[in-house]
Design a protein around this ligand. Structure first.
Ligand code: AMP
Length: 290
């Protein structure tokens, strides 16, 4: 595995690989502090490509809360070991000046409801502006055939898909399922900041999602009782959600009943740590009369 710090070096490594006959390039963009969720994306990339590129960059422009940026875990040495073991060929770990040199002035913005609601409302417009800008820059630096993103960040996935389509970036966006700890908590680099007590309270988030899914499986399709069941579980753990949303997965428009796939998404602060998670609810088919 080669560790690469600059965009010209990355372009050169990519050209070298192509000259050696490696045509399929898979890319996993991350902010590091790698966990099993990231590794599952890398496995998907490894299975389908000749060259696997991992980027690690804690992008300052997508943090709208500077204390969150300061507290974000940085574990580069351990990450490099995990990446090498996962079969990464090129680890792109630039510093901020490489991606935002003096005089940098360009922002990529996906406008409208995809970025105004949920995370956009919670973290501010700057979050998705920063994310869209850095993902564009990384896609242009890596020029991958496929980029692998996690369904855990469902809204980010939608925004990236919109942006790639709108800008005509020739990269396929592959969605990978959410990796969870054995107790159900969605893996996140931020989980290391939870105390033991906070971590057990945080379990209310996946349990609330599971409760909604279980009710749908029992045939409950109105959102009101689903919301009530999920809210009760959160409240019992003293977790106040920033949002508990039931929306159309492609448009993020709110729904009142589960007549097709519905994205149920939660954001909540547990102690100082802001966590997000989601599940796609699918209605049970109505049994047909004989
Ligand atoms: P991050 O380093 O948190 O910016 O995440 C980098 C990529 O890993 C994004 O595409 C995330 O959606 C994905 N990811 C983060 N956590 C998980 C998880 N628990 N399961 C699957 N993918 C994840």
């Amino acid at each position: 595995m080669r560790i690469i710090r600059t965009i010209p070096e990355l372009h050169a490594a990519r050209a070298e690989a192509r000259a050696a006959g490696a045509t399929r390039v898979g890319f996993v963009p991350t902010m590091g502090a790698l966990h099993e969720g990231h590794l599952s994306l890398l496995r998907a990339a490894r299975a389908e490509n000749d060259v696997v590129v991992l980027s690690i960059f804690v992008n300052p422009t997508q943090f709208t809360d500077s204390s969150d940026l300061d507290a974000y875990p940085r574990t580069e040495e351990a990450d490099a070991e995990l990446a090498a073991a996962a079969g990464v060929d090129l680890l792109f770990a630039p510093d901020a000046a490489e991606l935002y040199p003096a005089g940098y002035a360009t922002t990529v913005r996906v406008a409208g409801p995809l970025t105004e609601t949920l995370e956009g409302a919670g973290r501010g417009q700057g979050h998705f502006d920063g994310m869209a800008t850095i993902v564009t820059k990384l896609l242009l630096a890596v020029l991958p055939g496929t980029a692998y993103l996690g369904q855990k960040d469902a809204q980010q996935l939608l925004v990236v898909r919109r942006m790639v389509a709108d800008l005509g970036i020739p990269t396929r966006i592959a969605a990978c399922p959410t990796a969870r700890d054995q107790d159900g908590l969605a893996l996140s680099s931020r989980n290391v900041r939870l105390s033991t007590a906070e971590r057990s309270r945080a379990l209310a988030i996946p349990r609330a999602l599971e409760a909604a899914a279980a009710l749908v499986a029992e045939g409950v399709h109105e959102v009101a009782p689903l919301r009530e069941a999920a809210s009760e579980i959160l409240a019992a753990a003293d977790v106040a959600p920033e949002y508990l949303a039931f929306v159309v997965p492609e448009s993020l428009a709110p729904v009142e009943s589960v007549t097709g796939p519905v994205l149920c998404a939660i954001a909540a602060r547990v102690g100082e740590v802001r966590l997000i998670d989601n599940v796609v609810l699918t209605p049970t088919p109505v049994p047909t009369k004989e």
